[in-house]
Design a protein around this ligand. Structure first.
Ligand code: PMP
Length: 355
């Protein structure tokens, strides 16, 4: 009954294991403050729940446009940026034209391509976890993919790829997607290029990493004509009424809180990576996002399992190409990070004693 390509598809795996301290999904560790939730409650009570939402999320687009210094016409909102990855791959290029991206990276580029039956061209990162420019050039020239997806910074490695390499590579592809899910933790962006119709870049952003993962709001930033064309494939009411209302309140009245939380995470990222680097045998890969990779002298599976026994959930990424032995940990609140450090010290001692 199902298409062959769907039978072959591997569903995207999310981490749902319960744990006291969850550092596995790159979320913001801080929930919204009580006063802001009270404001949200009031706004939610005003919603006519029997009515469909604004299909264009006009008011929320205005708020985001002002925040990012673009025009509302430059924005198309999605049910998370996941949905926008689907729209881009549905609309850009013919389905027989492929989609290229480095690996390891965010798995949804592949899931969406496989769902649509588009060829994928996966180029392994080099030994510094940067783009392998020569290999990429060959793929772009030989197979002429329609789209190049770049997670900027990259999930799960946390680094920003060399901008010089990206500048040269994007000349060889019709469209580059700069997926800036972690933009707020680094500030590096392709936004000026994205709103310029003469350039071949579009940007993806999301509210998921800055405290609003529950809402499922993502944004595509592109020139007006691009947005207009892509609107043809948008599901009519893809961003729910409550999501539009809550995001608007938080991004206007709660902006100071979000900025405080993001700053805190960045500071904790630096503290945590410094502390981990001091641990005997632990290797840390520097990050520009709200998570980072680390490696110990022991099997990643064992470290992951024993950390979970201590109540700390991290992501085991050691099965991914080039990441043998690595685990990915999200930056939490200071007390969660301390608990993680303590748990890791304990786990390493245990494994040391057993070896
Ligand atoms: N892009 C990247 C690089 C991500 O890491 C994620 C979330 N893990 C997404 C996109 C999806 O974000 P959203 O919650 O907006 O669908």
């Amino acid at each position: 009954m199902f298409a062959r390509r769907i039978e072959k598809l591997k569903a995207y795996r999310t981490e749902t294991t319960p744990a006291r301290i969850r550092l596995s999904s790159n979320e913001l560790p801080y929930d919204l403050p009580r006063w802001l939730k009270e404001r949200i409650k009031k706004e939610l009570a005003q919603i006519p729940f029997n009515r469909y939402p604004d299909p264009y999320a006009t008011e929320l687009r205005e708020v985001l446009a002002e925040l990012w210094g673009v025009k509302p016409e430059n924005l198309l909102l999605g049910n998370g940026s996941d949905e926008l990855i689907l729209y881009l791959q549905t609309a850009v290029g013919e389905l027989y034209e492929g989609v290229a991206y480095p690996i390891p990276t965010f798995p949804m580029y592949r899931v969406v391509a496989d769902t649509l039956g588009r060829p994928v061209y996966e180029v392994p990162l080099d030994e510094n976890l940067d783009l392998d420019e020569g290999a990429f050039e060959r793929v772009l020239e030989d197979y002429r993919p329609a789209l190049l997806f770049i997670s900027y910074p990259n999930n799960p490695t946390g680094n920003l790829f060399s901008r010089e390499k990206l500048e040269r590579l994007r000349k060889k592809v019709p469209l580059m997607v700069s997926d800036e899910a972690y933009f707020d933790f680094c500030g590096e962006t392709y936004l000026p290029e994205a709103v310029d119709a003469a350039q071949n870049v579009v940007v993806l952003r999301t509210l998921s990493k800055v405290g609003l993962a529950s809402l499922r709001v993502g944004a595509l930033i592109a020139d007006e004509a691009f947005v207009k064309e892509l609107l043809k494939v948008k599901m009519p009411f893809n961003v729910t009424y409550p999501s539009q209302v809550v995001a608007k309140v938080v991004l206007t009245e709660g902006l100071e809180f979000i900025r405080w939380a993001v700053e805190r995470v960045v500071a904790e990222r630096e503290r945590l990576t410094a502390e981990l680097s001091k641990m005997e045998g632990v290797e840390v890969f520097p990050s520009k996002a709200n998570f980072f990779l680390f490696k110990t002298p022991f099997e990643a599976d064992a470290v992951h399992r024993l950390l979970l026994e201590e109540g700390v959930l991290v992501r085991n990424v050691s099965y991914l190409p080039g990441l043998d032995g690595f685990l990915r940990v999200g930056v939490g609140k200071p007390e969660e990070n301390d608990a993680f450090l303590e748990a890791l010290r304990k786990v390493l001692k245990k494994l040391e004693a057993a070896s």
